[in-house]
Write a protein that binds this ligand. Structure first.
Ligand code: ASP
Length: 320
């Protein structure tokens, strides 16, 4: 059955709806929430989306996003690249747990992106009456037809740049925060605030989708032994993101990390640091340990989230 008139066929924006699973698509079972709904079933349950765009569906996988692997990003970026010229925008439904990793990874991989690629999901499955999936999908499709270029997370009361998103609530409907950048859109009781990115697109769109999977994050904690770095190197890791205290604190006394950092760098391992604090990021010029870490060759991730820094390192190591 054709759902669009000839006029709509001509004028409506085209969106490719890519689905990957997550809570949005879950159904309750004796074993807990299991991803079940494919794209066509989601669209059938939220038919109003068809008034926003002419939608085609491609189901990429059906997983809880805790089972995400870096090679999935490479495949998904390729799908977006292969369909780039045929659509005005893309919506990717995704589990919330690792959505910020995927939105960051796609931000690095989709170069000179001139169209919206919008990730969304839900805290409560579409199959339940108190779901947030419906409103999140409506927001995502609205952004997907807006022409706003870039990768975004559209969720709850915000639209966030892909590499600034961070999941900060495990249950609250406004699950994501925009870290160190004002959200692109923010809805509150006093109305909508806009901070649209001012992007200059230079050159044609292309996909660089290789990823080095041997990248890990290490959170420094009191009592952690520097040998963890040697262990990572022995296990073949090519990149390490160090999650440091505050503005860039790391132990340089009893459990001095600097010698292990120097050994790792000498073997060609890249080390980037981010802050354990949600906001403001690292400033390696502030304290002696930060200055020493920078002198040893640790690169500052500045205000980047862990998700953005880890995926950028994976991407740089594979593509540069
Ligand atoms: N565990 C789920 C997932 O990330 C959580 C969610 O989607 O909200 O797939």
């Amino acid at each position: 059955m054709e759902i669009y008139t000839e006029e709509e066929e001509r004028t409506m924006k085209k969106v490719l709806f890519l689905t990957t699973g997550g809570t949005l698509s879950c159904e309750a079972s004796e074993d807990g929430l299991i991803p079940k709904l494919q794209g066509a079933e989601i669209l059938a349950q939220v038919p109003e989306l068809n008034t926003l765009a002419k939608i085609s569906v491609q189901d990429l996988c059906l997983i809880d996003s805790s089972n995400l692997e870096p090679e999935y990003w490479s495949r998904w970026a390729e799908v977006i690249g292969d369909n780039y010229n045929d659509y005005d925008g893309f919506v990717l439904s995704h589990g919330t747990d690792t959505m910020a990793y995927t939105s960051s990874a796609l931000t690095h991989m989709l170069i000179n992106l001139g169209k919206p690629v919008v990730l969304t999901g839900a805290q409560v499955p579409l199959s339940l009456s108190n779901t947030d999936a419906r409103s999140n999908l409506q927001l995502a499709f609205t952004i997907a037809v807006s022409g706003l270029p870039g990768v975004f997370v559209a969720f709850g009361n915000k639209v966030i740049k892909g590499d600034c998103a961070k999941k900060i609530f495990s249950k609250n409907f406004n699950a994501f925060e925009s870290v160190n950048e004002t959200p692109v859109l923010f809805f509150s009781k006093s109305g909508m605030k806009k901070n649209l990115p001012d992007r200059q697109i230079v050159g044609g769109f292309r996909v660089e989708n290789k990823m080095e999977a041997k990248v890990m994050a290490i959170t420094v904690t009191p009592g952690l032994k520097p040998a963890i770095i040697d262990f990572a190197v022995e296990k073949g890791y090519k990149g390490i993101v160090l999650e440091l205290y505050g503005a860039g604190g790391i132990n340089t006394e009893k459990n001095d990390f600097l010698p292990a950092i120097r050994r790792a760098l000498k073997k060609g391992v890249k080390i980037v640091c981010v802050s354990q604090c949600l906001f403001d990021g690292v400033d390696l010029s502030l304290y002696p340990m930060g200055i020493l870490a920078a002198q040893a060759g640790v690169e500052s991730g500045a205000g980047m989230t862990l998700e953005a820094a880890l995926t950028k390192l994976m991407w740089i190591l594979a593509n540069r």
